[in-house]
Ligand binder design. Structure first.
Ligand code: GLU
Length: 449
C-alpha cells in the first residue's frame, strides 16, 4: 500500500479507535485511491487526504422531550457537516437507538463521495439521534422532532446544510421538523429539508427515488453483460422505503423481488413482491411501527424464516438493502457458493470490508457499491432543492427522466474512472475515484483550510 495512504489510515485508526464503522469506510475508500495519489503528488504535498477524512465540523446537542405518560427523556442529537467543498452539506438524519458518533461519521464520509458522484452541487453531511422511534406515539414523535429542530435550526439552511430522512426518519418526521423550523425562522424556507410531503414542496418521485435509481443502475450493469432485467429474481433485505422502490420498479420491468427481511427474520415469496397489493402492503407494514416482516408471510401465505438473513436464497441478483454490515464473510461465502453473478449493494456499507474483497475476487461476479447504487435518493433530493429555489413543481416524468439520466451518468463515470487508472471493470474503485476527484479538485482550488 502507498505509504502516504497507509499513514492517513493509521492516524484515523488511532484517532477513532472506538468508531469501527468510520475506520472501515475510510480504509475501503482510501485503498481505492492508490493510483490517483500516485498520479497526483500534489495531493500529498498539501496533505489533502488528512483533510478529507476529518469532518469540517461535527456537533452534538441535547434533545429533551416528554412522553405521553408525562415522563421526561433526554437523547443526544448529532450533525456532522463533513465536507462542503462542492455545495451545501446534504445528507439524512437517522433516528435509531444504536446511533453514536461512529455511525454518523461513517455515513457522513460515504455521503461526501456519493453526493459528488451525482454531479450535482451538494456537499456531504449526516445527522441523527439515539432516539428509538419504535413504539412511540405520533404525539411523542412530534414532540421529539420539535425539540430536535429547536436545537438544530440555527446551524442549517437552504444554502448551508440541508438534512433529509434516513432510517427512522420518513415524511412524517420531516413534516414535524419542517413545521418547527418554519415557526422558529418565521419564513417559508422549505429548501432547508428534503423528503417533504408534496403539498409543501416535496418532489414527486422522491419517495421512490432510491429504489428506482438502484434498479436503473442494475440495468446498466446487466446491459454491460448483454443481459436484460426481464425475468430476473432479486433477493432484497429490509422492507422499508428503499426496498419498496426496488420492488415497484423491478415489477414494472418484469423482474421480481423474492425476499424481504426485518429484525425478526426473512420471508421468501417465489412469486415475487410484484402485485400492487403486495407492494402497498410494505408501506402498511412500515407505517404500523411493528417492525416485523412475518406479517407479510402471514398475509400472503409464504415462507418465513425466523432469525435468519436471506443471503442463502438462490437468486440472480443480490441487493442488500437494509443496513450496514449485513453481509459478513460467512454470508459472502454462501452467496458465492450459490453462483450469484450480481452483487449490488444498496444500503450504506452493507458489506464488511473482508466480505467485499472476497466477493470482488470471485471470478465472474460483478460487485457494485452502495455509494453509487443508492445515490438516486440524494440526487432526487437535490432536484427537490432545485424546485424549491425555483418555486416550481416538476412533473413526475421530468423528475424520473433526470433521475434515470443521473444514474446512467454515475454508472458511466465509475466505469471510465476505473479504466482511466488501469483498474479494468471495477465499479467499486471507479465510484470511489470518480467521487473523490470532484471533491479533491474543489478543495485544491479553494486553498488549504
Ligand atoms: N439518507 C439518504 C442517503 O443516505 C438520503 C439523503 C438525502 O436525501 O439527503 O443518501
Amino acid at each position: 500500500m502507498n505509504a502516504y495512504i497507509a499513514s492517513v489510515i493509521e492516524n484515523v485508526k488511532a484517532r477513532h479507535a472506538n468508531e469501527p464503522e468510520f475506520v472501515q469506510t475510510v480504509e475501503e475508500v482510501l485503498s481505492s485511491l492508490e493510483p490517483v495519489v500516485a498520479k497526483h503528488p500534489e495531493y500529498e504535498k498539501v496533505d489533502l487526504l488528512s483533510r478529507m477524512v476529518e469532518p469540517e465540523r461535527m456537533f452534538t446537542f441535547r434533545v429533551c422531550w416528554m412522553a405521553d405518560d408525562g415522563t421526561w427523556h433526554t437523547n443526544i442529537g448529532y450533525r456532522c457537516q463533513f465536507n462542503g467543498a462542492i455545495g451545501p452539506y446534504k445528507g439524512g438524519l437517522r433516528f435509531q437507538k444504536n446511533v453514536y458518533p461512529g455511525i454518523i461519521k461513517f455515513l457522513g464520509f460515504e455521503q461526501v463521495f456519493k453526493n459528488s458522484l451525482t454531479g450535482l452541487p451538494i456537499g456531504g453531511g449526516k445527522g441523527g439521534s439515539d432516539f428509538d422511534p419504535a413504539g412511540k406515539s405520533d404525539a411523542e414523535i412530534m414532540r421529539f422532532c420539535q425539540s430536535f429542530m429547536q436545537a438544530l435550526y440555527r446551524y442549517i439552511g437552504p444554502d448551508v446544510d440541508v438534512p433529509a430522512g434516513d432510517m427512522g426518519v420518513g415524511a412524517r418526521e420531516i413534516g414535524y421538523l419542517y413545521g418547527e423550523y418554519r415557526r422558529l425562522k418565521g419564513a417559508f424556507e422549505n429548501g432547508v429539508l428534503t423528503g417533504k410531503g408534496f403539498s409543501y414542496g416535496g418532489s414527486l418521485i422522491r419517495p421512490e427515488a432510491t429504489g428506482f435509481g438502484a434498479v436503473y443502475y442494475l440495468e446498466n450493469v446487466l446491459k454491460h453483460e448483454g443481459e436484460s432485467i426481464q425475468g430476473k429474481t432479486i433477493a432484497c433485505a429490509g422492507f422499508g422505503n428503499v426496498t419498496w422502490g426496488i420492488c415497484k420498479k423491478a415489477a414494472e420491468l418484469g423482474a421480481k423481488v423474492v425476499t424481504l427481511s426485518g429484525p425478526d427474520g426473512y420471508i421468501y415469496d417465489p412469486d415475487g413482491v410484484v402485485t400492487p397489493e403486495k407492494i402497498a402492503y410494505l408501506v402498511e407494514m412500515r407505517g404500523s411501527g411493528r417492525n416485523r416482516v412475518q406479517d407479510y408471510a402471514e398475509k400472503f401465505s409464504v415462507e418465513f424464516h425466523a432469525g435468519e438473513k436471506p443471503w442463502g436464497v438462490k437468486a440472480d441478483v443480490i441487493m442488500p438493502s437494509a443496513m450496514q454490515n449485513d453481509v459478513h464473510m460467512e454470508q459472502a461465502k454462501q452467496i458465492a457458493a450459490n453462483g450469484v453473478k450480481y452483487y449490488i449493494e444498496v444500503a450504506n456499507m452493507p458489506t464488511t470490508n473482508d466480505a467485499l474483497r472476497f466477493l470482488m475476487e470471485q471470478p465472474g461476479m460483478i460487485v457494485a457499491p452502495s455509494k453509487a447504487v443508492n445515490a438516486g435518493g440524494v440526487a432526487t433530493s437535490a432536484l427537490e432543492m432545485a424546485q424549491n429555489s425555483e418555486r416550481l413543481v416538476w412533473t413526475e416524468e421530468e423528475v424520473d427522466k433526470q433521475l434515470h439520466q443521473i444514474m446512467d451518468t454515475i454508472y458511466n463515470m465509475s466505469v471510465s474512472a476505473a479504466e482511466q487508472y488501469g483498474l479494468g471493470y471495477n465499479l467499486v474503485a471507479g465510484a470511489n475515484i470518480a467521487g473523490f476527484q470532484r471533491v479533491a479538485d474543489a478543495m485544491m482550488a479553494q486553498g488549504v483550510f
